[in-house]
Design a protein around this ligand. Structure first.
Ligand SMILES: *Cc1c(COP(=O)(O)O)cnc(C)c1O
Length: 393
């Protein structure tokens, strides 16, 4: 069919420019080591920071919820899809986050794209950080609000944009990733909150990579900076450190009330499954009980970064366990990932445009609490060998 020829051509173009990413299937559960193509490989690119994706107590909680409530939620939340597990989960997240209320979503992406259009509309204005996650960008687009982008981590730039454009919107919203998912650096949230007060702009933070990583017992970035009450909306995901599936928005009760009336993923897409909700609830209980895994995560991250730097790699400006290995050139990055996988048995995904800006390609590593010190040392050795093979380090 000639009318579909463009699809093959587009794929050819992706291959030609080194941006075609092979998709690998795991034949095992998540963990430090996973099985792919029948081979055991060291997994350095899951967001399963604390190991909860395959934790025995979390598995058990999910199975018990399935036994009690079944596998499916059956309907959208507003019709018959809200169950006692959703209520329990939302109460737990509110108290964990020290926020008045919480609404769970079927994913973090849906939490962003389902909440931002409720907060702002056509007459409003959004001040959006340059490196914000795609789901924030989508949410802002769906809102039809005017969008002004400020430079990465640059508070002078945010102030300048607020000064120049604040008056163009009825309501204003500043939105930022808390921890930047591709770089691992941290938004200067105290300054952002102050600018929000000064210019009468709501402040919204996406804490996908802060939960389970930053703050007391992994409460996230707002707790990390002691900003309770100063950030209006905290959004997060249950799919990273929490290890399961889903997302949430925490904020004032009135906002949660309004989201239940207006948010499209709440009204038009079936609810989070009971097993997932129960797994999330258990993970948060584990985090509250013991911060040992969080400390282990940070120790592993320090060892990984230190080892890679000593081997001559540039690990960027990360302030969190996210460890980018900056390789810049897209083809070289895909090649390094291939050599690491084929010759060294290391799963380390290349990140290229459009996930990151052109010319900033990288391998992004995610150590976790379930990696051992030997696993980390093994990874550093493998990078050293692969890097010298390709003339990179
Ligand atoms: C992963 C991620 C999301 C999306 O979360 P999902 O639960 O995977 O849909 C949103 N924002 C940021 C910053 C993320 O890293």
């Amino acid at each position: 069919m000639a009318k579909l020829d463009w699809i093959g051509e587009e794929i050819q173009e992706l291959r030609g420019s080194g941006r075609y990413i092979p998709i690998r299937s795991l034949q095992s559960s998540q963990g430090a080591w996973v099985k792919i193509d029948g081979r055991r490989v060291l997994n350095l690119c899951s967001n399963n920071y604390l190991g909860y994706a395959n934790h025995p107590e979390v598995r058990k909680a999910a199975i018990e919820a399935i036994n009690e409530f079944g596998v499916g939620a059956g309907a959208v939340r507003s019709i018959a899809g809200t169950s006692a597990v959703h209520d329990r989960l939302e109460r737990k997240v509110s108290s964990f986050k020290h926020m008045e209320g919480c609404l769970s979503f079927q994913g973090g992406l849906l939490a962003n794209s389902g909440t931002l259009p409720v907060l702002v509309g056509r007459e409003d204005i959004v001040f959006s950080e340059e490196l914000n996650h795609a789901s924030i960008i989508d949410g802002v687009r769906l809102s039809s609000a005017k969008r002004v982008v400020y430079r990465h981590l640059d508070m002078a730039s945010l102030r300048e944009q607020l000064k120049e454009h604040r008056s163009e919107g009825r309501r204003a919203l500043i939105v930022t990733d808390g921890v930047f998912s591709m770089d691992g650096d941290i938004a200067p949230l105290p300054e952002i909150a102050e600018l929000g007060s000064e210019f009468d702009a709501m402040v919204y933070v996406d804490d996908a990579h802060g939960e389970g990583v930053l703050g007391d017992h992994g409460r996230g970035i707002v707790d990390h900076f002691h900003l309770a009450g100063k950030v209006d909306v905290e959004m997060g995901t249950f799919s990273k450190a929490i290890g399961s599936m889903g997302g949430f928005v925490a904020g004032p009760s009135a906002l949660i009330d309004l989201l239940k009336q207006r948010s499209r993923p709440f009204l038009f897409s079936s609810a989070l499954n009971p097993g997932d909700a129960a797994a999330v609830l258990k993970s948060i209980e584990l985090m509250e009980k013991d911060d040992g895994p969080i400390r282990k995560l940070w120790d592993n991250a320090a060892a990984l970064k230190g080892g890679l730097q000593a081997a001559g790699f540039d690990t960027g400006s990360s302030k969190t366990p996210i460890t980018p290995v900056m390789t810049e050139d897209e083809k070289k990055t895909v090649e390094l990932s291939r050599v690491l996988y084929e010759d060294e048995g290391i799963l380390a995904s290349p990140i290229v445009f459009p996930t990151v800006p052109r010319g900033t390609a990288r391998i992004r590593l995610m150590p976790s609490a379930v990696h051992s010190a030997e696993d980390i040392a093994h990874a550093v050795d493998a990078f050293r060998r692969a890097g010298s093979k390709l003339g990179l380090a």
